[in-house]
Design a protein around this ligand. Sequence first.
Ligand code: HEC
Length: 155
Amino acid sequence: MIRKLTFATALLSAPMAFAESHGNGPSGDPEAGEAAFRACIACHVVRDPDSGEVLAGRNGRTGPNLYGIAGRDSGSIEDFRYSSLAQTAAEQGLVWTEENFAAYVPNATDFLTEFTGERGRSTMTPQRVSEEDAINLYAFLAQFGGEEMDEDESE
Ligand code: HEC
């Protein structure tokens, strides 16, 4: 718990100039995020799990389906084989908030080792994505599923 709080504090103090955040919703620009998503589609798709419809990307299978990623529990796509580091983070309750997502995407291994306090290696390689584009990606992906982000974050 202490580790997570420390990490959140580090993120809060990072010098980032995003558009003012409004409530709990994503603070990035979904259109910029759509452009940035091109860096992800070799490995990820956004597919509606009910209809099977591809909502973004093509047919990437190396990484898990990103449908509903905003507010989703990490490591929760059933048929996907996550790294043991990612599984440990999921057991510890990692959730894809905007902050966690934006810190994870540029360097999954760094983020997950810091979050879990364990050594290990994520199977997602580091991505050349600025933290600002990671925030934009989150706003883009939040358009697909991710109902949790809408209004029930009042706990
Ligand atoms: C080279 C393939 C590859 C690329 C490119 C890639 N990813 Fe991943 N991604 C993965 C893999 C593999 C995992 C599972 C990692 C693990 O198990 O440690 C993953 C996991 C994730 C997760 C966690 C999902 C969950 O269910 O917990 C998110 C979020 C994510 N990627 C976002 C992105 C975004 C955004 C981009 C584009 C900037 C991107 N990825 C680019 C392969 C990739």
